[in-house]
Design a binder for this molecule. Structure first.
Ligand SMILES: Nc1nc2c(ncn2[C@@H]2O[C@H](COP(=O)(O)OP(=O)(O)O)[C@@H](O)[C@H]2O)c(=O)[nH]1
Ligand SMILES: [Mg+2]
Length: 224
């Protein structure tokens, strides 16, 4: 289990504790230069804490993957408490049962608590997922950061988007590989505490939109 985290003190401890109660194997928190007690709180709750100084969601995820060296399946969850550890079995079981290589938690298929997702994020995810359905023929309704992937597949993707583009790159490259991609409904809640760094800020929203759309279009034309 990999959790990219930037200033999630107040959220990360409960999240790690809940994941460990639910017997998630290694819980790895990647602290991306937090200025609060994220690392200490995560460690106290029993996580393996990895520091990644290069700022970026993709750098953090990649550092977590490198640290999870014994895992055959790697799951990702945000560090803000907006996704529920109780729903982890839905994310993992299609892979463990041999039916999928990449499982994406879909919020539109599940439940979005009112106020949890700003309208621009709702629209952006809808648009990007629609483009992916049309361009890559994959059955997706969301960009699902709560997800799980077979390690073998992930290693073969040669991920290079080290910031906002990482989750999109994983989807489109897996699609190009012909991987089995399925969605599982998940619920989405307001972050437990603290501030949003992506969809709640203008800069984060614009950068995320640019990377998500850029990466979605970039791999649409097969290079060979
Ligand atoms: N490693 C890393 N994680 C980040 C960064 N920005 C956001 N995150 C984490 O990514 C997740 C989603 O970010 P969040 O601020 O909740 O964005 P929102 O869900 O769009 O409001 C949370 O776990 C954050 O701690 C970053 O620059 N680096
Ligand atoms: Mg969030």
């Amino acid at each position: 289990m990999v959790i990219p985290a930037l200033n999630e003190a107040g959220n990360i401890g409960c999240l790690v504790a809940e994941l460990r109660e639910r017997a998630a194997a290694d819980v790895i928190v990647v602290d991306n230069g937090s200025t609060d007690a994220t690392a200490a709180e995560a460690a106290a709750a029993g996580a393996t804490v990895v520091a990644e100084v290069r700022r970026g969601y993709g750098y953090a995820c990649a550092a977590g993957v490198a640290a999870a060296c014994r895992a055959d399946v790697i799951a990702f969850i945000d560090g803000d408490g907006s996704f529920l550890p109780a729903e982890l079995p839905a994310i993992l079981s299609p892979i463990l049962e041999g039916q999928a290589d990449l499982v994406l938690g879909s919020r539109p298929l599940g439940h979005i608590v009112p106020g949890a997702m700003p309208p621009q994020q709702r629209f952006g995810n809808w648009l990007a997922a629609g483009l992916m359905r049309a361009l890559y023929r994959i059955p997706v309704t969301d960009l699902g950061p709560y997800r799980a992937i077979r390690r073998e597949l992930l290693d073969s993707l040669e991920m290079c988007e080290m910031t906002y583009g990482w989750p999109t790159e994983m989807m489109v490259k897996a699609a190009r590989r012909g991987a089995r991609i399925v969605e599982a409904p998940v619920s989405f809640h307001p972050r437990r505490s603290g501030r949003s760094k992506v969809s709640g800020t203008l800069r984060g929203t614009l950068l995320a939109a640019r990377y998500i759309l850029g990466v979605t279009l970039r791999y649409a034309v097969p290079s060979k």
